[in-house]
Design a protein around this ligand. Structure first.
Ligand SMILES: Nc1ncnc2c1ncn2[C@@H]1O[C@H](COP(=O)(O)OP(=O)(O)OP(=O)(O)O)[C@@H](O)[C@H]1O
Ligand SMILES: O=P(O)(O)OC[C@H]1O[C@](O)(CO)[C@@H](O)[C@@H]1O
Ligand SMILES: [Mg+2]
Length: 480
């Protein structure tokens, strides 16, 4: 059984680059560098009598596995690859380093493919690449391992207890990667733990692949815990999805790169509209419920953006250092300006009723007011007040759903394929309660409970945000 040890292993030689200190001695602080393998849940943790079989890839005409082909518990991915060897132990990079099992095929597997009943579900908002992940799960299970019973659970978590799952096969999903959205349909809310796990049990599913964002992963943790509690022979794998890129630990979620690419078109249009008007402002709202990654990356890629507003960096309109003062100067200088605003930015400034303050979607996420519409109206009021005799135009573009409802681009399609195959190999090896994803470019298995807790926010103290400010020259709104 391949369960990583919880013991901290001292792997001192791993950091010795051969440039010995004076007298050939290693600096003492390097001896304190250590690696802490994270224990990944495994079905054998609570089902000790499970039988293993040899991976069918052994007989695949395409793979011809050599000894190095299979991974074992000693193959790990470090959470941090940037180290501080100076001996400054205040730096987080010199605390014991977490390592996760590396994703990939194992020689011994814990499922007989002829007994597998796999379920695939998509939850939460749309994201480019959802259909690719479904397709690759189906094709991967079928072609790599010879699984024949694969089901799509319809319309999110509620599909486990309402409606019939659909049987999937490679022929059926052949073209799905070319389509936006999710053919299986998705939804928010409907999370009823008992009904979901009963549904899994009643339908005889023993592998559950859950495609979703942070909320979905929190749900997956409780499903996994309940499955362990009931001691079911059911493996649960999460595949991180969200266009907002707000999931922590992994490098990025799938679909994010497509979204950034798609955002270029509305930004270009906003630029053209603004440039072609007298005192023209092009305003583009992009998705980003609580994180501004799409806005930030789209801004850095475009270079036509004059100001990027994100939830992590509060802003204000009036007075010294405010948005209006900045735009006034930019319009005098260039005659036009382009603003990109993430949907979650500036929400505290938008007047709302008590009822609106309490409003939540079916999953419990706060419902936002339209920051773009509000900003447009504030900009118009400001100009009419301060420059009543001068022409002024604001063109507001809201491409939010157009950006996420498209098929994945080539890079994201490949990424989705690697995620799906990683998930399959992990589940077949008996791992459960995990999420697969790249950490510093290497694919790892991470306990889903860690992923559910981790959040990926824009760090407004790091070089990327500094670069946005240097590209746009926008105000820092009192942060420095
Ligand atoms: N804490 C939680 N416990 C159990 N289930 C949850 C929890 N949070 C959310 N869920 C369920 O997970 C599903 C998806 O959640 P949500 O709508 O927040 O989307 P998401 O997975 O975060 O994806 P995205 O942010 O990309 O839209 C819903 O069915 C919701 O009920
Ligand atoms: O309108 P919907 O489908 O509930 O989703 C909107 C939300 O979904 C996301 O795309 C992902 O969470 C957010 O950026 C956005 O706030
Ligand atoms: Mg979410």
């Amino acid at each position: 059984m391949e369960v990583a040890s919880t013991e901290t292993a001292n792997l001192n030689t791993a950091v010795d680059d051969g440039r010995a200190e004076e007298g050939g001695r290693r600096p003492q602080h390097l001896d304190r560098l250590s690696f802490s393998p994270v224990q990944l849940p495994h079905l054998a943790d609570y089902l000790p009598n499970l039988q293993t079989i040899t991976n069918p890839l052994e007989n695949s005409q395409f793979y011809h596995p050599s000894d190095e082909f299979y991974l074992s518990s000693s193959d790990v991915i470090l959470r941090q690859t940037v180290l501080d060897l100076s001996g400054n132990f205040h730096s987080p990079s010199t605390s014991p380093h977490l390592s996760y099992p590396r994703a990939g095929p194992r020689k011994l597997i814990f499922f007989d493919p002829s007994h597998v009943r796999a379920a695939i579900v998509t939850c939460g908002g749309l994201c480019p690449g959802m259909n690719t992940v479904i397709r690759e799960l189906v094709v991967g299970l079928w072609e790599l391992y010879g699984v024949r019973e694969i089901y799509g659970v319809k319309a999110g978590y509620r599909g486990f207890y309402s409606g019939e799952p659909v049987r999937l096969n490679p022929k059926l999903v052949h073209n799905w990667h070319k389509m936006g959205g999710t053919v299986l349909e998705t939804s928010r809310g409907g999370f009823d733990l008992d009904k979901i796990v009963n549904g899994i049990q009643d339908r005889g599913f023993n592998q559950v692949y859950i495609i979703g964002g942070d909320g979905t992963m929190r749900g997956a943790v409780t499903i996994f815990n309940e499955i362990c509690h009931r001691k079911l022979n059911v493996a649960v794998a999460g595949i991180p999805k969200t266009v907002d890129n707000d999931i922590g630990i992994i490098d990025k979620s799938f679909g994010f790169q497509t979204a950034v690419e798609m955002a270029q078109q509305p930004i270009n249009a906003a630029h053209v509209e603004a440039e072609s008007a007298v005192n023209g402002i092009g305003l583009v709202k992009l998705m980003g419920r609580s994180t501004g990654h799409i806005a930030l990356h789209a801004t850095l890629s475009s270079r036509d953006v004059d100001c990027c507003l994100i939830p992590e960096n509060e802003f204000y309109l009036e007075g010294k250092g405010g948005l209006f003062e900045f735009l006034d100067a930019r319009l005098k200088e260039n005659g036009h300006a382009v603003l990109v605003v993430a949907e979650g930015a500036g929400q505290d400034m938008i007047p709302r009723t008590d009822a609106q303050k309490e409003e939540r979607d079916e999953s419990g996420n706060p419902v936002f007011l339209d920051v773009g519409g509000w900003l447009k109206s504030e900009l118009k009021k400001w100009w009419a007040r301060d420059h009543p005799d001068e022409l002024f135009t604001v063109k507001y573009i809201d491409p939010t759903y157009m950006i996420r409802a498209v098929p994945a681009n080539a890079t994201d399609n490949l990424y989705c394929t690697l995620l799906a195959h990683s998930a399959i190999h992990g589940v077949m090896a008996g791992y459960t309660g995990f999420v697969c994803g790249p950490i510093n470019g290497n694919y790892a298995y991470i306990p889903v409970k860690e992923v559910a807790l981790a959040k990926n926010e824009v760090n407004t103290r790091d070089h990327k945000w500094a670069w946005v400010r240097s590209v746009t020259n926008q105000p820092d709104f009192g942060r420095s």
